[in-house]
Design a protein around this ligand. Structure first.
Ligand code: GTP
Length: 238
């Protein structure tokens, strides 16, 4: 059996991923599949933190472009990530995986508050820690929350599981000749304006030498392959 390539990882899941084909909300079969893929990676003995988005329920940025106050809409988005975190916790526990949810905004009746040292302790005890509520601040994306939490827990890598296979030189949905990078540097991502993560998140990863692996979440078994160090998707590093 191949050993996992990493000791500790941070998986970033987009909220939209949970919606499956229905487009919004939480699609039960989809979240079950995601939980089973995360569980398979967990069985390899790798410590797993998860940051989850909220776009399947509410997209803060989109609402603010339609006139809503940006801070208010971002707070609504942060609450949406908490709903997703609880759904993922439930799905993972049904797979027999011990989990803890920690929120960046205190809601003690629902989950633990984010306490860095406690999160690390949970990881050491092989609990999957789901970080909800983004960074707790408006104007920051959940990608930035993923970069921040990954740095805080000393993760070896961020695994950004998305709807596409990796990072392309142009939008593959619009251009037939779009080419996927196997590897690319942070600076290239920033200079070319490639939409892998927002620039705050990419800069944070660059400054902390945190590699970002992006790959398709919907190719079953991809999380496990990524954990085993298989070269799937695109890796961003120096
Ligand atoms: P250890 O200290 O390693 O035993 O960790 P633990 O998480 O099992 O211990 P703790 O007693 O802190 O937590 C027991 C349970 O209560 C876990 O499911 C936690 O997620 C939960 N829990 C802890 N703190 C809070 C909180 O502030 N709010 C809520 N809602 N649950 C909490």
């Amino acid at each position: 059996m191949t050993k996992p390539s990493y000791k500790r990882i941070l998986i970033k899941l987009s909220g939209e991923a949970l919606a499956g084909k229905q487009g919004t909300g939480i699609h039960t079969a989809t979240i079950k599949q995601i939980a089973s893929d995360v569980a398979a990676a967990h069985h390899e003995g790798v410590q797993i933190g998860v940051v989850i988005g909220g776009g399947n329920i509410f997209r803060g940025v989109a609402a603010s472009t339609e006139g809503m106050d940006r801070a208010s809409s971002d707070y609504m988005g942060m609450l949406a990530t908490c709903i997703n975190a609880l759904a993922l916790q439930d799905a993972l526990e049904k797979e027999g995986i011990p989990t803890r949810v920690q929120t960046a905004i205190e809601m003690n009746e629902i989950a633990e508050p984010f306490i860095r040292r406690k999160a690390i302790r949970h990881l050491e005890k092989n609990r999957v820690v789901i970080f909800a509520g983004g960074t707790g601040n408006p104007y920051f994306t959940t990608d930035t929350a993923a970069a921040l939490r990954a740095a805080e827990i000393n993760a070896d890598i961020i695994m950004k599981a998305t709807k596409v296979d990796g990072i392309y030189d142009k939008d593959p949905a619009k251009h037939n000749d779009a080419k996927m990078y196997k590897e690319i540097t942070y600076i290239e991502v920033l200079n070319k304006g490639l939409k892998v993560m927002d620039s705050t998140a990419v800069s944070l990863c660059m400054d902390n030498k945190l590699p970002i692996l992006t790959f398709n979440l919907f190719t079953s078994g991809n999380i496990l392959k990524a954990v085993k160090g298989e070269l799937i998707g695109t890796i961003v590093r120096n």
